[in-house]
Every structure is written in structure tokens, then in C-alpha cells.
Design a protein around this ligand. Structure first.
Ligand code: DQA
Length: 147
């Protein structure tokens, strides 16, 4: 199985950016934890972080036909990118949404996710570990679909 792990804007700044909210792990360490976790699964992981909406959309389009699942932290695009949502809906690849912080207990503008309605589910508030939860949940979902 092929899983694409997408991270949106400002997530390249993890470790530096507001550690009280996002924790001290860097994106590189999160990715290495995911690689370790994936050793116990029959999956190949691909990683992409971008600060550009169109780059994320191109990656989603490029996944069509050969990627079995997408794990995405869309960053602030979560709250307003109909374009990323439409791209995910267009390719109909099962998607799990992940956030380090609990978006529901932060500022009002973060409460809405325009991605959530087209996602399999959302994991929010468990810090870096949420990515591992998300990968396990996505993998389980993909395997369950094959049965
Ligand atoms: C985030 C939450 C978003 O509101 C924020 O804009 C981010 C990170 C999170 O992982 O908690 O960039 O997606």
C-alpha cells in the first residue's frame, strides 16, 4: 500500500514555532517516527510539506490512481481551502486529517475544518503522536476496505 503524508504551511517550522501549542518535535522527527511505525506495516510512505496551496493540490492530483491513502495536516488551509478539499474529493482517496493542537479548543476561526466533511476522520490535540494515530487509523481503514 502507498500512503502519502502531506503537511501544509508553516509545519516546516515545527520545533521553532510556538512549542507550547505545537510541541518541540520537528517535522523531520515526526517523519522518522512514522517511518519506524511503517516498518510493521505493508506500506510505502511518501512525504511532502509545502507552504503553497497549489503544490499540495498538484500532489493530491498526482496521487490519483496509485496512492491508497492520504494523511494530511493542512495547517491553516484546514479552515478555508475549498480548493484542497475539492482536490481530495476529486481523487476520492481515503484521507485522514491530523492536527497537533486541539483545533476545537483554540480560536473560533480554527473550529471549522472544511476538510473534515470529506475525510474518513479527524485526529486533533494529541501532538506529534497524532500522526502515528492517524497512520494506524488510515492503514486499518485501507485494509478493512479490501475485505
Ligand atoms: C494545525 C492547526 C491549524 O489551525 C494551524 O493553522 C496550523 C497547525 C495543527 O496541527 O494543530 O498550522 O493544523
Amino acid at each position: 500500500k502507498q500512503i502519502l503524508i502531506l503537511n501544509g504551511p508553516n509545519l516546516n517550522m515545527l520545533g521553532i514555532r510556538d512549542p507550547a501549542v505545537y510541541g518541540s518535535d520537528t517535522l523531520a522527527s515526526i517523519e522518522s517516527n512514522l517511518r519506524k511505525l511503517a516498518e510493521g506495516m505493508e506500506v510505502t510512505l511518501q512525504f511532502l510539506q509545502s507552504n503553497h496551496e497549489g503544490v499540495l493540490i498538484d500532489a493530491i492530483h498526482g496521487a490519483y490512481g496509485h496512492v491508497d491513502g492520504i494523511l494530511i495536516n493542512p495547517g491553516a488551509y484546514t479552515h478555508y481551502s475549498y480548493a484542497i478539499r475539492d482536490a481530495l474529493a476529486a481523487v476520492s482517496i481515503p484521507t485522514v486529517e491530523v492536527h497537533l493542537s486541539n483545533i476545537h479548543k483554540r480560536e473560533e476561526f480554527r473550529h471549522l475544518s472544511v476538510i473534515a466533511p470529506i475525510a474518513v476522520g479527524q485526529i486533533t490535540g494529541f501532538g506529534a503522536y497524532g500522526y502515528e494515530m492517524g497512520l494506524m487509523a488510515l492503514y486499518h481503514h485501507i485494509l478493512a476496505k479490501d475485505k
